[in-house]
Every structure is written in C-alpha cells, then in structure tokens.
Design a protein around this ligand. Sequence first.
Ligand code: HSE
Length: 428
Amino acid sequence: MADPLRLGIAGLGTVGAGVVKIVRRKAKLIEARAGRPVTISAVSARTRDKDRGVSLSGYDWEDDPVALARRDDVDLLVELMGGSDGPAKAATEAALEAGKDVVTANKAMLALHGPDLARAAESRGRVLRFEAAVAGAIPVVKALTEGLAGNEIDRVLGVMNGTCNYILTRMESAGLSYETVFDEANQLGFLEADPTLDVGGIDAGHKLALLAAIAYGVRVPFDEVELEGIERVSIDDIRRARDLGFRIKLLGVARMTGRGLEARMSPCLVRADTPLGQLEGPTNMCVLEGDESGQIVLRGAGAGEGPTASAVMSDVIDIARGTRVSTFGVPADQLGTVSMARSATPAPYYLRMELMDKPGALARIATVLGEAGISIDRMRQYGHEADTAPVLIVTHRCARDALDRALAAMPETGVLATEPVALRIETV
Ligand code: HSE
C-alpha cells in the first residue's frame, strides 16, 4: 500500500472541525481517489477542551502551530487559523522551511504575502494551495489555474462575500434598512469577528486580488485594489435600482486594461435578469470570461463547515495524488509587476439625488454632466410632497474621472438637497 499523506491541522474552528470530519468519515473514498490513505497525525488550536462535534482521539495535540508544522510525522500543514500575519504566517513559513506542503483557507495572508510564500514553497519544490480561500465550495481557483489554463482571461467577476449578499437581498425582500439587517446578520452569526472585513469589502477584496493574480500572472498590490463596502447602500437605492431593472451587488471585477490592472470591489448595479442579478442570500457566484472558453458561471456556498472543508479537501487530495500546480498558476518568481488602473473601463452610472424643487434645478445638473462630457441615457423624477424632488439619472458609458469631476461640481449648482449617490452599472 502507498504511504499515507499525513496531515497536521492548525486551527480547529468550523472549517478545521469540518476537515477532521471528512478525513474520518470518508477515509475509503479519499484513499480510492488519492491513491493513498490520508491521515491526521496531530492538531493544534488555541483551546484544547472544547466540543467540536468530532473526536480528536488518536491525534497528537500541539499548543504551538509552529511545532506542529515542524513535526516529522506531518507531510502537509493544513493552516486554518486565519489572520494575515502572526501564528498563521509563522506556521506556514515553518512548514515550508521544513520541506512540507501547505494548504490554507487564509485569504488575508495570501492577498498580502501570497507571492512571497509561494516563492518560499516553490524554491524548495513544495506546493502551497488555497482553494478554500476564495468563494468557499466553488472550485474557482482550480477553474482558473487548470480548467482555463489555455485562455487569456478577459475579465473575472464575482459576488464573493455571502454576508453582504445576504444583507443586500434581505434588505430588498423584507424592505428593511441596512442597520436592521446588519443586526440580523450578526445574530445569525454571519459576520466575521471584525464585521468591517465583510461589509467594508475587505474580505471580498482579498479574494478578488487572489483571482486577479492567477488570471493575469501578476503580483497584485492589495493596498491598490479599489475597495468600497455596502455600508452606504440604502433601501431607497435598492428600490430605485429595481424600478430600473437592476439589483445592487457587492461585485468584484478584475480586468487587464491598456492602462494597467483594474481591480475593484464595490457596490454595482447588475441587470436583474442575469445570473448575478438573481443571486439570493449568502450564496457566492464567480464569473470567468476566457477568450476561448467564453463566459463560465460558478455558483455555490461561499462559507460554512462543509462547503469550505470540501475546498480544503480538494487541495489535500490533489497533493496526495501528486498533482503539483504553482500557487498562482505560474511559478512565483515569474509573477509580473503591474500598475493598477483605477476604474479604467468606462461604464454607465446610476445617480440618485434629491434636488430643490425649483425652476431650472434639473437643467443645472444636466449642464454639469454635459460639461464633464457625460451624456444622460435615462432620467426619472419621482412624485413627492416635500420641497425636494427625488431624481434618478442613468448615464451613458463614461469615464469614472469624468463622473468624479461632475460630482465635485454639483454642489456649486446650489440645487442639491443631499449628496448624490453614484453607483457603477456593470454589464455582465
Ligand atoms: N465572511 C465571508 C462571507 C466568509 O460572508 O462570505 C469567509 O470569507
């Protein structure tokens, strides 16, 4: 019988416990698929005495994840602690230095240090894999690195934070405010310990940066990824967008342009009758556009025990089989540098504003847009009783810079009652 692949699992939260359950319950299936047994030698977590819904008997315990990573009876470190630095990075580096492979679900660590860690792995002939770091169960890393390896990638899009999609779709279906649904999501346990990671677009931004690195073979400077969260999306915008045939999504978009890499995670309008527009609840969706393949749409659970552990096991079984793919699809020392292009691609925009209800108000706004070279596609004024008028404008495709110039000039018109809301309309 072939030698077993022996795991050391660092981190026994929801995902870690899920991995232990799969290894125990599906030992025969995994052995058949991997061509060798997959076993667990030792585990590590912050707290030892805790009911995790699975027996840890038969596994050695290590308080220190670095010691776990260095054990002679561990071939592969499964890093499920989280955090961009600290113990997760220390254990990953220790495992690679000791000549072991690493599988991780840690999007923050990879978005900030991925190329360096990948280089550390590859210089020693080891692999570092991260399917579980992006969109939970959806095999999008594999799809990009392997399934679409023969393509130039035109665009990568995704709804990759289930909490935000839950909040936005629940606001719409129940007619509730952002604050109310945020509290509801908190009670349901959907939010990260630091909720800004979810609602500020950071968690989803990490995932987008990782997919962009694979799609374009570059080091993506995470601090230059455009990030905007959903905190300012109002129920009014959700309703008005729906009236126009759109839905609002926290959407990640990456594409290589003549000016550099465009990578942004922001609330966008997408047509309601598209797969992205129809995505409900805490589900994720990744859309990959290859020059040969055309558009591929992947939909599934983006978080949770089974879905995320499923993605971890995909990497573990690949390594057990001997499949060795570079972390970002090309060797880490060949990843290019790239300049980042802020919203380089022109797009139509949705604008909502409250105007003073007086003669010429709308004309002044139209003039500001016209002077910035922005043409109006559609406009709608809603009935009202107060002395301000709600107005919606959909522009033709325009550059974000031009829109920013127009938005900066609007207060000088003296007809704005509120700050305008501007959201990009992404054509998918
Ligand atoms: N908090 C994330 C989400 C899951 O809501 O999708 C982990 O990245």
